[in-house]
Design a protein around this ligand. Structure first.
Ligand SMILES: [Zn+2]
Ligand SMILES: [Zn+2]
Length: 151
């Protein structure tokens, strides 16, 4: 990341705040993922996933808070030693960073800052959903534009 583009930088952290990161610029995409891997990894019905290229991501934690990393199924997951949250995941193939929108910095009211700039634009792997979502976003059976649109 470059010093000159600080205004375009967004912060994020784990549950306890000891492991933090910053991302710069526009995400590659932002979507709600209902795949079984996200459901199992996060224990969530679906996950608000946001991806950034390697050049847009930087860790910002103090050295003693270095997260533990574990590579599983082609993903390297970074987990806070203290609160055990998975803070970020790096994809083995593209090296892109997969983050959860929910870990982005909040304002005083608990709302994600500039949410409209990063909020998900569709639902993917909706076929394996465990809950129906009644919003107006496109819903894809699998990957967007490569699977049947089901909503
Ligand atoms: Zn933590
Ligand atoms: Zn997923």
């Amino acid at each position: 990341m470059t010093e000159s583009s600080q205004t375009n930088v967004r912060k994020g952290s784990c549950f306890c705040g000891e492991v933090s990161f910053a991302v710069e610029g526009k995400p590659l995409f932002s979507l709600y993922c209902h795949c079984t891997q996200c459901q199992r990894a996060d224990g969530a019905a679906f996950v608000p996933a946001i991806h950034y290229p390697p050049s847009a991501f930087a860790w910002t934690y103090a050295a003693e808070n270095k997260p533990e990393e574990e590579t599983l199924r082609g993903f390297t997951m970074y987990r806070c030693k203290k609160c055990r949250s998975c803070v970020a995941t790096q994809m083995g193939d593209t090296q892109n960073w997969a983050l959860r929108c929910t870990q982005l910095e909040r304002d005083a009211n608990g709302k994600i800052k500039n949410w409209d700039d990063v909020k998900p634009s569709c639902h993917i792997f909706y076929d394996t959903r465990v809950v129906d979502v009644a919003d107006d976003l496109p819903k894809w059976e699998g990957f967007p534009n490569q699977s049947a649109r089901v909503g």
